[in-house]
Structure formats: C-alpha cells, structure tokens
Write a protein that binds this ligand. Structure first.
Ligand SMILES: Cc1cc2nc3c(=O)[nH]c(=O)nc-3n(C[C@H](O)[C@H](O)[C@H](O)COP(=O)(O)O)c2cc1C
Length: 155
C-alpha cells in the first residue's frame, strides 16, 4: 500500500518539501489539508504528517488533523516533519508541534529546513519578518539531505 503525505503550508515551503518527499517514495499520494476534502486513512499503511511553524506553533490544520486522527496514526508506520527557520529550537518546536505519543511512535521525525517567500506574504507579514527575523529578501534553505534520510527510513 502506498504512503499518504498529509501537509499544510501557508507560503509553499512545506508543500515543496511534501512534493520532494513524494518524488522519493514510489506511489506516495499527497493530501493538502487546505484543499483536499477527506482521505481514507485505512487505505494506507504508512502516513507522513508535516507542516510549518508560525509563531512557535504548527499550522493549525496539521494540529487539528493529528488530534482528530490520533488513534489511527498510532496504528500506522508514521513519519513527522516540520519546516522552521529557527534551527536552534527544532527539538522544542517539534515537541510543541506533535503529541508525545505520535513522536514516540514515529519511525522518523525530521525538520526539512525553511523558506521565506516574500512574494506570497502580505505586507503585514513581510514587515514582521523584516523586523523580527531581519530578513529582507526571499530565501530558500530546504534541507534536502534530511528529506532523503526521512524517505530512506520509510522505504
Ligand atoms: C509569520 C511567520 C512566523 C514564523 N514563525 C516562526 C517560528 O516561530 N519559528 C520558526 O522556527 N520559524 C518561524 N517562521 C519561519 C517558517 O517556519 C518558514 O518560513 C517556513 O518555511 C514557512 O513555511 P510555508 O512556506 O510552508 O508556509 C515563521 C514564518 C512566518 C512567515
């Protein structure tokens, strides 16, 4: 049975990472929590759940998906990923993003790096990023090695 990759992304980085992972896992199916309606989790032996961190929290649709499907996810081969820019706080942000039971059950837990995509941000968010992160142009720091290692753990 193929892998289901469930994700949510505001500015495109987690989506790009989900696609990069899909390319590495034969037959994997993408499920965008912002668009797709329902997935029958019973159709998959392996499920990946991932999303990005904003103000210390995982995308709310990812949090909701995990809370609603906790029991099912604990019965699957599981992979968890986050995209986040504060690489010094990956462990802490991962702990806040996913329930401890999911993290302990998962075959693999990784961060996939981050991007700042100014073209997709509104003026307010662009201004906040400029002031707080001191970033003034779009940047891409996707951790391809981590995606490769993650895929390897699920093959
Ligand atoms: C409004 C905003 C808040 C953010 N807050 C955090 C944060 O608290 N910690 C962190 O590590 N990265 C933070 N980031 C960086 C994002 O996690 C990073 O840009 C990520 O790649 C965005 O993912 P997306 O393109 O899938 O939406 C923030 C980015 C934005 C735009």
């Amino acid at each position: 049975m193929p892998t289901l990759i469930v994700y949510a992304s505001k500015y495109g980085c987690a989506e790009k990472c989900a696609r990069m992972l899909q390319d590495r896992l034969e037959g994997a199916v993408l499920f965008n929590l912002a668009k797709d309606e329902t997935a029958n989790l019973e159709d998959y032996d392996c499920i990946v759940v991932g999303g990005s961190i904003y103000a210390g929290r995982i995308h709310p649709k990812v949090a909701r998906f995990c809370a609603r499907n906790l029991d099912v996810l604990l019965q699957k081969k599981l992979g968890l990923f986050i995209c986040c820019a504060d690489l010094a706080r990956v462990d802490e942000q991962m702990a806040g993003a996913f329930d401890e039971r999911l993290r302990e059950h998962a075959a693999v837990v990784e961060h996939f790096g981050y991007e700042y995509n100014f073209a997709k941000m509104n003026l307010l968010i662009r201004t906040i990023i400029r002031l707080i992160a001191k970033i003034h142009t779009s940047q891409s720091h996707i951790a391809e090695d981590n995606i490769e290692r993650f895929a390897e753990a699920l093959r």
